[in-house]
Design a protein around this ligand. Structure first.
Ligand code: ZN
Length: 283
């Protein structure tokens, strides 16, 4: 098995300070959460940005750039910026979604398939997905293909087969999100079975499903994502103080299972990313 790559999804677009006061909004708060997660063992930080005052999700290049610069000045964390445009509206939404590419991340999310989501529809039109995959490739960024259901894996395979994604493909299996596939071991097995042979994969699951699903994935050779985007509680009634607490728990479980945890440098090698252009502080 490869060493375990832990992603910390530190901010997300939905959690609020009302739900957990430790949810980061400002670029400084988001970067500090990512850096704490890195010190705890995360190799990747998955980033959404928020209006610094209100916490409303936004797609603003200046905020993405500030978070990226703050993280890179202190660490060798692999940076994954979100291209989710769920909060965007209007004729230029498709283009605005790709703005994070200009902040030159290592990875960016690429949602394939559409689904009923948060009382609406998360729309990822087939033509947009193909165009976005091409743009991401042209920008020299590796996509993290987010799949919420089995049909989305079919679409991911189609992109890969058409040369729109360079190998090895990296997929985030999103289980238990309403209304995608359930967060069960059966679902996880069904998803894994359908992956391309050389795919690298990670799992996420929300709230109480996070711990069991990520633990199963670790045993199956997959990688994992934890953090505030998916879960605000360490256990019932106990709010997490930071994203780092989820990472610490994941590292501890991995050690118990004798699964080694990848450093950022090792994760870069596994993912086929190029090394950092300049020497950064490494963990
Ligand atoms: Zn996200």
């Amino acid at each position: 098995m490869d060493k375990l790559i832990i992603t910390a999804a530190v901010s997300g677009s939905a959690p609020t300070k009302q739900q957990n006061p430790n949810v980061p909004y400002t670029p400084e708060e988001i970067a500090n959460e990512a850096l704490a997660a890195w010190r705890a063992g995360a190799a990747i930080a998955h980033i959404h940005v928020r209006d610094p005052e209100t916490g409303v999700p936004v797609t603003r290049l200046d905020l993405f750039q500030e978070v990226t610069e703050r993280i890179r000045s202190e660490s060798d964390l692999i940076i994954n910026l979100s291209t989710s445009g769920f909060h965007l509206d209007g004729p230029d939404a498709d283009e605005v979604r790709l703005l994070p590419l200009e902040a030159k991340p290592d990875l960016c999310s690429l949602d394939v398939g559409s689904l009923n989501f948060r009382g609406g529809v998360f729309i990822n039109r087939a033509d947009w997905v193909e165009r976005a995959a091409q743009r991401i490739r042209d920008a020299g960024v590796k996509p993290e293909i987010e799949v919420f259901d089995l049909g989305h894996i079919r679409q991911a395979r189609h992109l890969i087969e058409n040369g729109l994604v360079d190998g090895p493909p990296w997929l985030q299996l999103c289980l238990g999100i309403s209304w995608g596939i359930e967060a069960t071991v059966e679902s996880l097995l069904a998803m894994r079975q359908r992956l391309p042979d050389n795919a690298l994969w990670s799992v996420l699951a929300p709230a109480a499903a996070q711990l069991p699903i990520t633990t199963h994935a670790m045993l199956m050779g997959g990688h994992v994502r934890v953090g505030f985007e998916d879960n605000l509680y360490l256990e019932q009634g106990v709010k997490a103080d930071s994203n780092a607490q989820f990472v610490e728990r994941t590292v501890s479980i991995a050690r118990s299972l004798l699964r080694e945890v990848a450093s950022c440098e090792e994760a870069r090698e596994i993912l086929g990313l190029s090394p950092y252009p300049s020497r950064q502080t490494s963990r």
